[in-house]
Design a protein around this ligand. Structure first.
Ligand code: TXA
Ligand code: MG
Length: 336
């Protein structure tokens, strides 16, 4: 299959919508990461997404809407906290897990009776949904297991020849995926940290619980509240370790390594003698989030056997950065 390159202008948006309406799959920009979209009402189109990504069969998709009036086609119940959160945050990097509406294809939720839904804060994404006139199911537009794509070049590197088209737009502003909150759990539960922080959510959900899988590996046989959280993810081929350490301890540790590289903060660079990649300033969770996936994608090009990543602070979006990094590291954490 030849993957069409579409522009993010009116013509490109109309062309993308045409493909989506006729059962095709199209990679689209969003403010979090690029998504691989299909009609949320079309089982056959959804299955094409799973095939193109090599996605585990039990991992459900997020449905994207462009306008609050679309929510009744997606969720069976949208009252109370759901409505309050949507009005406070959307369009945003916030995904709500709600009771599934009847029109949503079964293949979207993979057998669950719930549906994850968000309204992206990306003009081009909303225009594509609006032009299609149908809610769009979209996971991140990468091969399953590899770092999520924050540019159309990343999408092409993973999926060229496997999808109908890609809408080529700017790099994703946030750089990691949306926050997923389940409102069918009581109390409400943070299933995946992301662009909207727990601190922001606590104002509306004072009893919000953080799911154990956010910061720890699930034990064998334990059921994941969010199926996606149980897989190894975001990993380069090079072996990754996450290192929690103060400045000097980190420098001494990585400087003693051979055939290795360090992923560190900008301020660390001058103190490290092995190869480095920087993922933003030490105090800037936003910079770290934006740079992370692109840097993980470039690790294999360094030609080293191992990479040691300096752990971020688990505050603000930093919690999401940490969550992605422990998965990239296959839960191998070194505490010095
Ligand atoms: O920012 C994002 O959320 C991006 C963009 C494209 O919107 N999408 C994204 O999708 O990250 P994906 O498939 O890579 O991650 C979806 C996550 C998975 O961890 C999945 O298990 C969870 O959401 N999820 C989806 N439906 C769910 C449901 N009904 N209950 C619990 N978790 C659900
Ligand atoms: Mg993903």
């Amino acid at each position: 299959m030849q993957t069409k390159r579409l522009k993010d202008d009116k013509n490109g948006i109309v062309a993308a919508a045409k493909i989506l309406k006729s059962g095709g799959i199209v990679a689209i920009p969003t403010e979090t990461v690029y998504g691989l979209a299909a009609s949320a009402f079309d089982d056959a189109a959804i299955e094409k997404i799973f095939a193109a990504k090599g996605r585990p069969q039990d991992n459900p998709l997020i449905v994207h809407i462009s306008d609050l009036s679309m929510i009744e086609q997606v969720a069976a119940d949208f009252s109370g906290k759901a409505e309050e959160l949507a009005k406070a945050f959307w369009p945003a990097a916030l995904t709500l897990v709600l009771k599934k509406g009847k029109k949503i294809a079964n293949s979207v939720s993979r057998g669950l009776d719930t549906v994850a839904v968000r309204m992206p804060n990306c003009e081009v994404a909303r225009q594509i949904i609006n032009e299609t006139g149908i809610p769009l199911a979209a996971p991140s537009a990468n091969i399953s297991g590899s770092p999520s794509p924050t540019s159309y070049e990343h999408v092409i590197a993973d999926l060229d020849g496997k999808i109908d088209a890609v809408v080529c737009s700017v790099s994703s502003e946030i750089g990691l995926e949306s926050t997923v909150v389940s409102l069918v759990s009581n109390p409400p539960r943070l299933l995946r940290p992301g662009g909207i922080t727990p601190e922001q959510l606590l104002e509306y959900l004072p009893d919000l619980e953080i799911d154990k899988a956010v910061l720890e590996e699930l034990e064998k046989g334990q059921k994941a509240a969010s199926p996606g959280m149980k897989y190894r993810h975001y990993s380069p081929k090079t072996e990754v370790f996450l290192v929690e350490a103060e400045d000097e301890a980190f420098y001494n540790f990585v400087n003693s390594k051979k055939n290795a590289a360090a992923i560190c903060f900008l301020e660390d660079e001058d103190n490290i003698i092995i190869k480095t990649l920087c993922y933003g300033k030490k105090g800037s969770d936003k910079e770290q989030a934006k740079a992370l996936f692109s840097i993980l994608r470039s690790v294999d090009g360094l030609g080293v056997g191992e990479v040691y990543v300096r752990a971020p602070e688990k505050k603000g979006i930093g919690l999401a950065v940490y969550n992605r990094l422990i998965r990239a590291a296959g839960f191998k954490v070194i505490r010095l």
